[in-house]
Design a protein around this ligand. Structure first.
Ligand code: ADP
Ligand code: MG
Length: 257
């Protein structure tokens, strides 16, 4: 039984990786969670989970006719299974993005929830594949009109591949008093609810510097509480794991919009 979420945004630096790790850890209280750094060109999940020295990563799994087994790039951390991606240019060049289908299909055998930390843009095949493969997107945005418009492009693209919206997360929120209008527009135009609002807070940077997930580094901080409350609102759907694996293996290789 597995459901796959793509954490996406339409823009870099909105907090996708921070959110993917925080929600993964919160959901891991009740589910078998696997989190994958599918942002293969700008990988940074490894730095959020103490895996900067990981020997085998997703890059090794994306090589056609690879030697590495999927299990070699799976690390048990903070109650989750983490599949980090390397940061070298050679690793990126050697990677065949379409191999992600097979990797996710294999991972789906042992997971209730797979979280794909997804690229910011929709500019390449590797960037759009996570959204195509996922059952639902979680869209992380700053509450501004330009950010909303970027997020809506991701949603429109996802819809064309049958990927639903699980909701929107506002992150790095500073002036809560001025987001009423944005909130109303978000609820009107996005699929799924506005799941919650995460404040801009120094604990997030502190966690990143410590190489730990926010929920491990500063569990009592306001952003950690916000992420836990967001995770509480996500009801995981039970999809048959074999059917899901087949769907991944046979997924259409997408064209960027
Ligand atoms: P993305 O994966 O979307 O590029 P990250 O999760 O890596 O974004 O976050 C980008 C930067 O913003 C990081 O330095 C992170 O520490 C910081 N950041 C993210 N969310 C917050 C927040 N709520 N408060 C403060 N800093 C944040
Ligand atoms: Mg990221």
């Amino acid at each position: 039984m597995v459901e796959v979420f793509a954490v996406a945004s339409g823009k870099g630096g909105t907090g996708k990786t921070t959110s993917a790790v925080a929600l993964g850890m919160a959901l891991a209280a009740d589910h078998a969670v696997t989190i994958v750094d599918a942002d293969t060109g700008m990988a940074n999940l490894l730095f959020h989970t103490g895996l900067a020295d990981a020997e085998t990563t997703l890059h090794d799994l994306l090589i056609a006719d690879r030697d590495a087994a999927v299990a070699d790039a799976v690390y048990e951390r903070y109650g989750m299974r983490v599949v980090p991606c390397g940061t070298s240019l050679e690793g990126l060049r050697a990677a065949d993005p379409t191999q992600l289908r097979e990797v996710v299909a294999t991972l789906s055998a042992d997971a209730d929830v797979i979280i794909l930390d997804s690229p910011a843009t929709l500019e390449s095949q590797s960037a759009v594949l996570p959204i195509v493969l996922a059952d639902r997107t979680l869209i992380v945005l700053q509450p501004t009109v330009p950010a909303l418009s970027d997020g809506l492009k991701v949603q429109a693209y996802a819809r064309t591949y049958g990927t639903d919206g699980a909701g929107v997360i506002f992150n790095r929120v500073t002036k809560t008093e001025s987001i009423d209008r944005i909130t109303e527009q978000t609820e009107r135009y996005f699929d799924g609810p506005l799941l919650g609002t995460v404040p801009e807070h120094p604990a997030v940077r502190g966690a990143r510097e410590a190489g730990k997930p926010l929920l491990a580094h500063a569990p009592q901080s306001p952003p950690a509480a916000a992420f836990r409350s967001i995770a509480d609102q996500i009801t995981v759907h039970d999809h048959d794991a074999d059917r899901v694996a087949d769907r991944f293996r046979n997924a259409v290789i997408p064209e960027p919009p």
